[in-house]
Design a binder for this molecule. Structure first.
Ligand SMILES: [Zn+2]
Length: 90
């Protein structure tokens, strides 16, 4: 599994679905969304609460109604994000 699977998980979460980890299939996928409030462009950090694997999606645009923290607020970006074992991009 790799980047594409996490991108799929991200899109599913955007649409409001509960998503299982693409790596282990057990844990729920958590995310942190950080972006520029002026443009709604930013990045997403996704991780599994079970196996600790995850991915970092850059250059995404958050739809209206999706809440995200300001990417310029480093404390808000870091809050609640664990150590993540990033999967290889493919
Ligand atoms: Zn997992």
């Amino acid at each position: 599994m790799g980047y594409q699977a996490w991108l799929t998980a991200y899109l599913a979460k955007l649409s409001g679905k509960e998503v299982r980890c693409p790596e282990c299939g057990v844990g729920a996928v958590n995310w942190k969304l950080a972006g520029d409030p002026a443009t709604r462009f930013g990045y997403a950090i996704l991780w599994c609460s079970h196996c600790g694997k995850g991915s970092h999606l850059s250059r995404v645009k958050f739809p209206e109604g999706i809440e995200f923290v300001s990417m310029f607020d480093v404390d808000a970006v870091a809050a609640g994000v664990p150590e993540i074992q990033l999967v290889d991009e493919d």
